[in-house]
Design a protein around this ligand. Structure first.
Ligand SMILES: [Fe+2]
Length: 259
C-alpha cells in the first residue's frame, strides 16, 4: 500500500499548488491513500472552512488532519461533526467538536489515523500527548497506525516518536512548515520524519509575507499580517510504502519540489 502525506497546506497559494500539481503525484506514485494537514488553508492561513474542504477533496485529498488553528474560524463548527474524513487534535483540554482519531478501511487494512498537539511552546491548553496516544492505541484495533504530531520542537517530536515506535506505523511532524531531511524507517518498524514542511510560498515567514513580520521582529511594530501570494511555490510531502504481509513500512520517499 502506498500512502502520500502532504504537510500543512498554506492559504490561497497552497490550495493553488494542490490544484495544479497533486494530479502529477497521483499519476506518478499511484497512492492508495492521500492525507494532508488542513489547519492552515483558509483566510490568513487559519482553519479549514467548508468551501476549502470541498475544494481540496475535489483535488483528490482523502483525509485531513488539523492542528492548533483548527477552530480559529468558527465556521468549521458547522460541519466538522458531519464529515467522516477529518481528524482534529485529540488532546485539547477544552471540549471541542469533531473527532480526535478515525478508523477506516483501505484495501482491506484497518487504518487508525490520529492527530495530536505538542505541549511545548504551543500556547494552547492540551492534555499530555504521551498519555492521550497511549489511551487511543490501547483501546483500538488496527493494522496500520498513522500519527500527525503537530508540534513546535524537534525534541518533543523525536521523544514521542521513540516512545511510540512499536505501535505506530507512520509518525510525522507538522506545524513548523519547514521540511526536515531526516525521513527514515526507525528500527524497520516505523516511518518517521520530524516535519514534512508546508505546501505554499517558499520565500515567506512560514506562509506569511515578510514585510509586516520583519517590521514586527525588527521594530516591535505589530500590524496585520498577510499571506504571501507570490514567488516560488513549494510542494512538501512524503510517500510511505507499506508491506502487505507485515503491515510495516518498507520504503520511504521524501518529496520537496519547487515550481
Ligand atoms: Fe500549526
Amino acid at each position: 500500500m502506498k500512502i502520500l502525506i502532504i504537510g500543512d497546506i498554506f492559504g490561497v497559494s497552497g490550495k493553488s499548488i494542490i490544484e495544479k500539481y497533486l494530479i502529477k503525484y497521483k499519476n506518478f506514485f499511484k497512492p492508495d491513500l492521500i492525507i494532508a494537514n488542513g489547519e492552515n488553508v483558509s483566510k490568513g492561513g487559519k482553519s479549514l472552512i467548508k468551501k476549502d474542504y470541498d475544494f481540496l477533496m475535489n483535488c483528490g485529498i482523502d483525509y485531513f488532519t488539523m492542528g492548533n488553528h483548527t477552530f480559529h474560524n468558527k465556521e468549521i463548527n458547522n460541519y466538522i461533526n458531519d464529515v467522516n474524513n477529518m481528524v482534529r487534535p485529540s488532546n485539547y483540554k477544552n471540549k471541542v467538536k469533531g473527532q480526535g482519531f478515525l478508523i477506516f478501511n483501505v484495501d482491506g487494512k484497518k487504518i487508525l489515523l490520529m492527530n495530536l498537539l505538542g505541549a511545548s511552546f504551543m500556547n494552547i491548553s492540551v492534555k499530555n500527548p504521551f498519555l492521550t496516544a497511549d489511551q487511543i492505541l490501547k483501546n483500538n484495533k488496527y493494522d496500520i497506525a498513522i500519527l500527525d504530531f503537530h508540534a513546535e520542537t524537534t525534541s518533543e517530536k523525536k521523544v514521542l516518536a521513540n516512545y511510540l515506535k512499536d505501535q505506530v506505523t507512520i509518525f510525522y511532524g507538522t506545524h513548523t512548515h519547514i521540511q526536515t531531511s531526516d525521513l527514515y524507517i526507525w528500527d524497520q518498524k516505523m516511518a518517521y520524519i520530524t516535519d514534512i514542511g508546508m505546501t505554499g510560498i517558499r520565500d515567506s515567514a512560514i506562509g506569511i509575507r515578510f514585510k509586516e513580520v520583519t517590521n514586527f521582529l525588527k521594530n516591535g511594530v505589530k500590524e496585520r499580517f498577510y499571506e504571501a501570494n507570490e514567488g516560488v511555490e513549494i510542494f512538501n510531502a512524503i510517500l510511505v510504502e507499506i508491506d502487505e504481509k507485515t503491515n510495516l513500512p518498507n520504503k520511504v520517499t521524501r518529496i520537496s519540489d519547487i515550481y
